[in-house]
Write a protein that binds this ligand. Structure first.
Ligand code: FRU
Length: 488
């Protein structure tokens, strides 16, 4: 791969191709010992257009091999204007990808398929539509998600209904080929997601389903409005009753502003992995100047716990990306004088135990004079963890704002924070909740961490931070492996 000029905002431990636009993770499947991760990809630019499926695979979630583009629009065909989102299943020696066939002259994006018999090196599209017509009463229809359920296969398709409800529509098949429509698996009018002010949306994009024991499960939907576009990602925990999913109240899957269209991968041993799309939170022209836009989140393990909460943590493999330990600090502070914890690079993985009395937390400073910083602070009285990027970039083209996730007061707060150039993922290990956001520091650094407490507050802390090493992107072994020259 030719050396690209240094870009201070390009993540190194998060998946994306060298150039151009990406959005949703697609076609996530474990097949023949490899994790496959495809993604919505425009090979020609940094805007959302001309969607293909780019493709990586990995045996271990740490080193990734770019494979040829998996799906490309067929001129004049059913997907002439884009291969939109979907997933894939492993069935014997084949991978079957299910995706949304986009044509700009059609309001729905019906389901079609493509198959690989060579471990994902090549996919043969079926050409026609698998499910040509949406059921009556839809105004939006796309994003199939297929999973094996005992002897049968089931499929959800995201929809908006004419009666104002968003829906995940259910189909069933004995053989992946003949599908019978069973009705809405789950549907609902836009309703508030917790106390966030966000709504579940008039359409549900990219429905994903995590089945658990005894008919329990979690339905993950990306809430979308025709007028305002993507809103948030909601998780509905509930139970199956035949062909219907009885859902509990919606909760946020990610408490940050920059994670959308997450997708699930059923890994061996009963483990579920999830990747999301983290979009740019900056002016589009700025991203275009850098030649790339969008990144996938870290792979996360997600599970449904007995108390009904969905818990996420970085995949167990990721500590292998830890390099040198740069911070190793423990102590306490009392009052307004911050404590310097040490320098960190532009990519680091941190664990912290915080024991605050009053508002206190960590500050990542990215300019020498302290004028630019990202704050992560606990507000025990409000029962919140606040991640504040209002001062995280001195460049006005970067979005600001403060974001919150619930954080029980009166007990130690265990955090795992992974920062990779322009993406920060903050895991509250005590609750399994996560907050993803993008930030674009302008400072030359060196970046450094401080522990801080508000006047009158106290903070006990134990903090370790390690350099976060880049994931390995293997050289395509021959031109045949990168016929489009995407990784050249
Ligand atoms: C979600 C989404 C999907 C669609 C795809 C198109 O971000 O809008 O609903 O299939 O992106 O790129």
């Amino acid at each position: 791969m030719s050396a690209a000029p240094f870009d201070p905002h390009r993540p190194v431990a998060h998946l994306r191709p060298p150039r151009n636009w990406i959005n949703d993770p697609n076609g996530l499947v474990h097949h023949d010992g490899q994790y496959h991760v495809c993604y919505q990809y425009n090979p020609d630019g940094t805007d959302h257009a001309n969607m293909h499926w780019g493709h990586f695979r990995s045996p271990d979630l740490l080193s990734w091999e770019p494979l040829p583009i998996a799906l490309a629009p067929a001129p004049g065909g059913e997907d002439a204007d884009g291969c939109f989102s979907g997933n894939a299943v492993s069935d014997g020696d084949r991978i079957v990808a299910f995706y949304s066939a986009y044509r700009s002259d059609r309001w729905s994006q019906p389901v079609t398929t493509a198959e690989s018999h060579d471990g994902g090196q090549t996919f043969r599209p079926r050409g026609d539509l698998l499910i040509p017509q949406p059921p009556d009463g839809c105004t939006m229809y796309r994003d199939p998600y297929v999973w094996r359920d005992g002897a049968r296969w089931r499929m959800l398709v995201g929809a908006a209904l004419t009666d104002g409800r968003g829906a995940a529509l259910l189909y069933e098949s004995p053989d992946l080929e003949t599908w019978t429509y069973r009705g809405p698996f789950c549907a609902g009018e836009p309703e508030p997601v917790g106390g966030t002010g966000l709504l579940t949306g008039e359409g549900w994009e990219c429905p994903q389903y995590l089945p658990a024991a005894s008919g329990r499960g979690a339905l993950i939907i990306s809430a979308w409005d025709d007028r305002d576009g993507p809103q948030c990602v909601a998780a509905l925990v509930g139970a199956e009753r035949g062909a219907v999913f009885e859902a509990g109240p919606p909760v946020l899957l990610d408490h940050g502003p920059d994670c959308y269209a997450p997708a699930l991968l059923r890994a061996p041993g009963g483990r579920w992995l999830l990747w999301g799309w983290s979009w740019e939170a900056r002016d589009a022209a700025w991203a275009a100047a850098g030649g790339w836009a969008g990144v996938l989140t870290l792979p996360r393990e997600i599970s449904l716990s007995d108390d009904g909460s969905l818990r996420q943590q970085p995949a167990a493999e990721l500590p292998a990306l830890r390099g040198e330990r740069t911070v190793h600090a423990a102590g306490w502070i009392h009052g307004p004088e911050p404590v310097e914890l040490g320098g960190v690079g532009r990519a680091f993985d941190l664990t912290a135990r915080l024991e605050p009395a009053g508002q206190a937390g960590l500050r990542l400073l990215t300019t020498a004079d302290g004028s630019e910083y990202l704050d992560i602070r606990v507000d025990p009285a409000a029962g919140e963890l606040v991640v504040d990027r209002a001062r995280a970039s001195l460049d006005p083209r970067a979005r600001g704002g403060a974001y919150r996730m619930p954080c029980p007061g009166g007990e130690p707060v265990d955090l795992r924070v992974v920062v990779d150039h322009s993406i920060a993922e903050i895991f509250l290990s005590t609750t399994g909740q996560v907050l993803t956001l993008r930030c674009y520091p302008t400072g030359d650094g060196p970046w450094r961490l401080q522990a801080r407490s508000a006047p009158g507050a106290r903070l006990g802390y134990t903090i370790d931070a390690w350099e976060l090493l880049p994931i390995v992107i293997k050289e395509p072994s021959a031109d045949a492996a990168d016929p489009e020259g995407q990784f050249a």
